[in-house]
Design a protein around this ligand. Structure first.
Ligand SMILES: [Zn+2]
Length: 276
């Protein structure tokens, strides 16, 4: 784990933060919610077969712990493509307090008190914050989204629509399946190389007939290509598969699981107080 990452707790609710992000944020674990069965206990997904009332209660626990407004939590709808959406006042609450009307794997905004949520259970969720423009984003990328370049597209959208500065932008790559555990057949690296070219080769390791793909590393490389400074990119280095005691891993659970969220929320004041 990167030494800027810290595990925190608020009662039974356990989550991770990064000291580099001076705004309210979290990468949740599966601990500290009210859901039961395969979704025990901090499931934040409405599509997991969980009782929706339990999911809403989990969001209240999360909102209280982070001091973020429940009614303004706004969600990605993850379809493994590369659409990035700018969240405006009309779309605040999408997925929680108003019906989901987009298919978007990444959200960005400069609205204060507007938590953005992206979901993971092996996939790579990255939180982004630019202190100059006071804008933020969340991006979900599995291998398909990674190959489509959704993370650099999220940076591009923050820059074009919100005035984010690439050389001040901070990005934190959250817990996700590590190169240690993301084993694939040849189809995945072949598809990624077809889409992205030779730049992905250093992030693919052959292991007998199988391959191990470093999605965290590829996304960090793509951030640098998009103009984000290396020192402003934090790779949490947390593997959801290795740490399946505290995270749901899609692969470990074979899909019988809840889902975690990466959440980020700007304050209403220009100068952020350091988030502790
Ligand atoms: Zn691992």
């Amino acid at each position: 784990m990167d030494d800027t990452m810290a595990r925190r707790a608020c009662g039974a609710f356990q989550y991770y933060t990064c000291t580099r992000l001076p705004v309210r944020h979290a990468f949740t674990t599966k601990r500290g919610g009210v859901s039961t069965g395969a979704c025990e206990s901090m499931n934040l997904g409405f599509g997991r077969g969980d009782d929706p009332e339990n999911v809403r209660r989990n969001y209240h626990i999360l909102a209280d712990a982070l001091s973020i407004p429940y009614e303004r939590i706004t969600m990605t709808k993850q379809v493994h493509r590369d659409a990035v959406t700018v969240v405006t006042e009309e779309t605040v609450g999408m997925g929680l307090t108003q019906p989901m009307a987009w298919e978007s794997d990444a959200l960005v905004t400069n609205l204060p008190n507007t938590p953005l949520a992206g979901f993971y259970a092996d996939c790579v969720v990255t939180l982004l914050y630019d202190p100059v423009s006071h804008s933020c984003g969340v991006c979900h990328a599995g291998w398909r989204g990674t190959a489509l370049g959704i993370l650099p597209k999220t940076v591009d959208t923050m820059a074009a629509a919100l005035g984010a500065q690439r050389d001040s932008l901070i990005a934190v790559i959250g817990p996700s399946i590590g190169v240690c555990c993301f084993e694939t057949d040849a189809d995945v690296p072949e598809a990624m190389e077809a889409q992205m070219g030779a730049q992905v080769q250093p992030f693919i390791r052959e292991k007998g007939p199988k391959f191990h793909v470093d999605l965290q590393g590829i996304n960090a490389m793509l951030l640098q290509s998009a103009g984000v400074r290396a020192e402003n990119i934090v790779n949490s280095g947390l593997c959801t598969y290795c740490h399946s005691d505290e995270f749901w891993s899609h692969r470990v659970t074979k899909g019988e699981r809840g889902v975690q969220a990466g959440i980020i929320c700007l304050s209403s004041t220009e100068g952020e107080k350091r988030f502790k």
